[in-house]
Design a protein around this ligand. Structure first.
Ligand code: NZQ
Ligand code: ZN
Length: 389
């Protein structure tokens, strides 16, 4: 196990009706907030009205900025930065999923910065300060509610890029599984794929002797695999939703990174897809991850076999590690298909036209490698895309 330091500062407020506490929690930071949300979903079942009532009763005033769309874009971030400066906003409250939260994070670091906020996403500058932010989560998926990351698409060049910084951790996140009951079925499946991908990105590591975090990741994966089919039932199953929502946060709050180095190639490879084609992140991952696994299996068949045996209960065929490993990948794909997820690029109408361009963008023109478990070059990434056609 590697040396590590771990601190996740996000306060989690979990459970039924927990959004009623949003006013009191927000008032601890500022009485003037930006209320940031996406489309119609924030208003479903009166959520936004309940949040406003809670803010009002805590003496908090707000300015609204809705309209964040999935795969959030830089232009709205820039509008949010201007609005916050004009209204002298002291706190950002994001109501929604990863897209709204990531947009809120970008606004938060952009307000005190005199340059272009995109500088942070290209690595040209590092944030020195940020407005504090909080979240009310409506979809278990991205884990942004307690992560230090934000992923934004710059419409110029369709570049989808991530920023990671400690200043981006939300001060609090309110997680009421009931708020997710209104999710359409496809979004449920995308969320499950993303949560599992966050776990698997961490699982495939070259760091030896990480048994404890291996076991934690396996347990979290098994919980999601068992609960996921139950969140599709027409009659909402609170306990299943609660397991998926909490697992989704734990999957990406960096606890499961401790002492190990995750891979993250599948995420980088996927971000090129959702950047160009505007597809849901979870759908892209469901296609790319198994393709990445097949491509990298030979690097460490024993780790893939452990994944297969412990997570998917594949019988250990003695002397045939590869067979066990391949069966694990097969069971993952079958499980995702059973949730209605796509398995091939063709399922989303994507052909070979941009594969080389995406591999080029992903590796900044073949000047850098992607992934830590296996360091992939442009030609490797092109093969992974091709195998997913
Ligand atoms: O636009 P609205 O009406 O709000 O609808 C949303 C959206 O269409 C809908 N939705 C959300 N909650 C709902 C609901 N519909 C009905 N009832 C509800 N309760 O769901 C759709 C998807 O929302 P979105 O926020 O895009 O989903 P998700 O949470 O999966 O976020 C995806 C984004 O997060 C990024 C992804 O790249 C993608 O851009 N990620 C962010 C990460 C981070 N910051 O740490 C890590 C991830 O790996 C990921 O890259
Ligand atoms: Zn993800």
């Amino acid at each position: 196990m590697n040396n590590f330091e771990y601190q996740n500062p996000t306060k989690i407020i979990f459970g039924r009706d927990s959004e009623a506490k949003v006013g009191a929690e927000t008032a601890k930071f500022s009485k003037k907030v930006l209320l940031h949300f996406g489309g119609a979903s924030a208003r479903k079942k009166g959520l936004l009205d309940r949040i406003k009532a809670s803010l009002s009763s805590a003496g908090v005033e707000w300015t609204e900025l809705g309209g964040v769309r999935p795969n959030p874009v830089l232009s709205l971030v820039n509008s949010g930065i201007e609005l916050c400066r004009k209204e002298k906003i002291g706190f950002i409250l994001a109501v929604g999923g990863g897209s709204v939260i990531d947009s809120a994070k970008a606004i938060a670091v952009g307000v005190p910065y005199s340059g272009d906020v995109w500088d942070f996403y290209t690595g040209k500058a590092v944030p020195a300060s940020a407005l504090p932010l909080g979240t009310v989560l409506t979809i278990p998926a991205a884990g942004s509610e307690s992560s230090s990351g934000s992923v934004i698409t710059n419409e110029a060049g369709l570049l989808k890029r991530a920023l990671n910084h400690d200043l981006l951790y939300p001060r609090f996140s309110i997680l009421n599984p009931v708020l997710a009951f209104t999710l359409p079925k496809n979004q449920r499946a995308y969320g499950v794929a993303d949560i599992m991908a966050h776990l698997m990105e961490r699982y495939f590591t070259n760091v030896p002797a990480v048994e404890f975090t291996d076991r934690l990741i396996e347990a979290t994966l098994k919980t999601v695999i068992s609960a996921a089919p139950r969140i599709f039932s027409d009659e909402p199953d609170y306990d299943a939703w609660a397991d998926v929502m909490w697992a989704g946060t734990i999957a990406h709050n960096n606890l499961l990174d401790t002492g190990r180095i995750g891979d993250w190639a599948s995420h980088d490879i996927e971000h090129e897809l959702s950047g160009i084609y505007d597809i849901p992140h979870g759908a892209g991952l469901a296609i790319i991850f198994p393709s990445w696994m097949r491509y990298t299996l030979s690097h460490d068949p024993a780790r893939f076999a452990q994944f297969a045996a412990r997570v998917w209960h594949v019988e250990p065929y003695f002397f045939d590690t590869n067979r066990v490993a391949e069966e694990g990948i097969q069971r993952l794909s079958k499980f995702w298909s059973s949730l209605g997820l796509p398995s091939r690029l063709a399922d989303l109408g994507i052909g070979p036209e941009n594969l080389s361009l995406m591999a080029d963008k992903c590796t900044s023109g073949d000047t850098k490698t992607v992934g830590h478990f296996v360091e992939l070059r442009k030609s490797d990434i092109e093969k992974i895309y091709n195998a997913a056609l």
